[in-house]
Design a protein around this ligand. Structure first.
Ligand SMILES: NC(=O)c1ccc[n+]([C@@H]2O[C@H](COP(=O)([O-])OP(=O)(O)OC[C@H]3O[C@@H](n4cnc5c(N)ncnc54)[C@H](O)[C@@H]3O)[C@@H](O)[C@H]2O)c1
Length: 429
């Protein structure tokens, strides 16, 4: 191993996401090493210490404490929760570290501007974890667009459907269910990737106006099944008929995101028989009735965007569908590209008046590269790309700098403002 080129990284926020990135250091020790950790939870610090063999003096409970030490690594991976990103990144940038930061990088425009000016002033490299850009489905699409395959983009229509079991575990019962918990609504926490993809496909062309509407349509008291109780395991006579039964979703079908629950409840690795006891607790949100959570975020939302070059974008977030799915349909002056991410292929339909049907079509199949992976392998690819930019190599087509990511974030911030004003058009400044 060439220790000279091996980068040293510190993890700030040793949660689920950071662990995915950090584990790449074990798979590729020639690229980087985890040399420090910061987390407010001692058990997470301890886990990192054991997993990555981090010396005690490099373990901290706050960023403020960590930056008091002379710089001892090349970069930081920040995997804290959404509303902690800016407060934990600014000291790190000021201390001279480059940064790989989870999305969304800020929860409102004021925070976003503050982080951007700090990164510019400190002259640091900041990459945002828009891992979906690396998924072959989007990467191939972007390559075709960049090569002019469908001409100038006129319209981009996108939708993200969130399955009823993902929606309920994360956005009704979980840590993204309220702005108090995660600092934002569902459009930012769930769909910032999609709006980043929209901005990316339009090659950074500035959005000019945004309008959006959204409501809570499903997860409200009057939608509860007749006779429903308040807690799936304690008092609900219709638990067996309810599609959101915590018992069925998390004990009988744990592949439906139940791992999130054990992670959030701080009981990863507990025995099967103990899981029911955890869910039986009256104050466990994961077994409370989804219809009685007094949801503070909308469960579906749609938006329209007009871009400076006249292109139009639409996006719909549809929570509570039978299956998850991300759809995209881009129309250009020479043809169209459309597909569903989960199908692992998309169609290119080119205008061709010489053909019988007036068009020529082909399918781009990315299944052998994507292999059904939720982020299409992006979680691993992004770490390697970050290391390339640390080594001053040319970043990949997918690399998302803080400046690049700003447009997608602005789209969300403006959409939320518009939604609060009943869909009024908001000018993007
Ligand atoms: N890129 C993606 O596709 C993707 C997917 C899911 C989640 N995310 C984002 O990743 C981020 C992390 O999500 P997660 O599920 O791993 O969360 P998590 O709760 O598992 O991890 C967050 C960690 O940060 C720690 N923490 C909290 N405050 C801190 C502070 N002040 N200083 C240091 N550590 C602190 C917590 O103790 C916890 O260990 C979120 O912003 C989330 O929206 C991104």
């Amino acid at each position: 191993m060439n220790r000279q080129s091996q980068k040293k990284m510190i993890i700030v926020g040793m949660g689920e996401r950071a662990m995915i990135y950090a584990k790449e250091a074990l798979a590729h020790p020639e690229l980087f090493r985890i040399v420090g950790v910061v987390d407010v939870r001692p058990e997470r610090v301890d886990l990192a210490k054991r997993t990555f063999d981090i010396p005690e003096e490099n373990c901290f409970s706050s960023v403020e404490e960590m930056v008091k030490r002379p710089k001892f690594a090349d970069a930081v991976i920040n995997g804290t929760m959404d509303q902690q990103h800016v407060e934990t990144s600014i000291p790190v940038l000021k201390a001279g570290y480059d940064l790989l930061l989870e999305k969304p990088f800020a929860v409102n425009q004021e925070e976003a501007d503050r982080l951007l000016s700090c990164a510019h002033e400190a002259g640091r490299k900041v990459m945002i974890c828009h891992v979906l850009r690396y998924a072959p489905f989007y990467k191939e699409m972007k390559t075709l667009l960049s090569n002019g395959e469908i001409g100038t983009v006129l319209s981009i229509q996108m939708a993200e459907h969130v399955s009823y079991f993902h929606q309920s575990v994360s956005y009704v019962r979980g840590k993204y269910a309220s702005p108090k918990l995660c600092g934002s609504g569902m459009l930012l926490s769930k769909c910032s990737h999609d709006l980043d993809i929209m901005a990316w496909m339009l090659n950074g062309i500035q959005p000019e106006k945004v309008s959006s509407i959204g409501t809570v349509s499903q997860f409200k008291e009057d939608m509860a099944p007749e006779g429903a109780g308040t807690h799936c395991l304690l008092d609900c006579p219709v638990e067996r008929e309810c599609i959101f039964s915590a018992k069925r979703l998390y004990l009988e079908n744990p592949q439906r995101w139940a791992n999130n629950i054990w992670h959030e409840c701080g009981c990863v690795g507990i025995a099967e028989e103990e899981k029911e006891q955890v869910l039986r607790k009256p104050d466990n949100p994961y077994s409370q009735c989804v219809y009685r959570r007094n949801l503070q975020i909308v469960d579906h939302q749609s938006m329209m965007v007009s871009f400076a070059n006249g292109a139009l974008g639409t996006f719909s977030m549809v929570g509570g569908s039978s299956a998850s799915g991300r759809r995209i349909h881009i129309t250009g002056t020479k043809g169209e590209i459309y597909g569903t991410f989960e199908d692992q292929r998309f169609t290119v339909s080119l205008i061709d008046p010489r053909e019988a049907g007036g068009k020529k079509e082909y399918v781009v199949d990315v299944s052998s590269a994507q292999k059904g992976n939720a982020h299409g392998g992006g979680d691993q690819a992004i770490v390697r790309d970050f290391i390339s930019i640390l080594n001053n190599e040319k970043p990949s087509l997918c690399c998302t700098t803080l400046d690049d990511s700003m447009i997608g974030h602005q789209l969300v911030f403006m959409a939320e403002k518009s939604r609060e004003r009943g869909g009024a058009w908001m000018e993007v400044k």
